[in-house]
Design a protein around this ligand. Sequence first.
Ligand SMILES: CC(C)(COP(=O)(O)OP(=O)(O)OC[C@H]1O[C@@H](n2cnc3c(N)ncnc32)[C@H](O)[C@@H]1OP(=O)(O)O)[C@@H](O)C(=O)NCCC(=O)NCCS
Length: 159
Amino acid sequence: MTTGSAVGNNDVAVRQATRADLLAVSRMEKRVFDEPWSYSAFERFLGEPAFLVAEREPELVGYVVADSTALHGRSVGHIKDLAVGPEFRRHGVGRRLLREAISQLLLVDANSIKLEVRESNTAARQLYVEEGFEPFRRVPRYYSDGEAALVLGYNPVDA
Ligand SMILES: CC(C)(COP(=O)(O)OP(=O)(O)OC[C@H]1O[C@@H](n2cnc3c(N)ncnc32)[C@H](O)[C@@H]1OP(=O)(O)O)[C@@H](O)C(=O)NCCC(=O)NCCS
């Protein structure tokens, strides 16, 4: 355990999400995002190998939702949602969730991985770039409040 940390890395387990996690996940989603996913949106990803939760028993501290889709004979992974509870941030949980989701996507043969991030989201952008994602497109007015998204890509060959 990291002395003085609100959440030490050893205290936190990362595992696949189950139905029993969905309420806590959707509650955290509402706290973290202005345009939160609904409970049923999360429900659709149950069973996905890269729908993961980070927990410090008995509490949920974060989650990531990712899947992969076949496109022109290739499998493209998509990180769709990532959040860590505000009180648990800056202790490496987001990085762990992201790395584990990437590993799971590569295990199911994703050839590349993409995600969208708000242009103003410097914290997430910093994390993604540190983990090997590169910006390849800007989509103006992607979010309903008019903000642009940056589309970032991860190529396992380059990473
Ligand atoms: C983005 C988020 C998941 C990061 O989670 P976290 O557990 O705090 O991340 P980590 O502790 O693993 O940080 C990893 C790196 O990301 C970067 N980072 C994280 N928070 C940051 C911040 N507030 N400002 C600048 N860089 C930041 C740092 O480079 C950090 O490494 P360091 O702590 O060694 O400097 C978290 O801030 C969050 O839930 N934000 C709100 C939801 C969100 O924006 N999700 C992404 C949607 S695309």
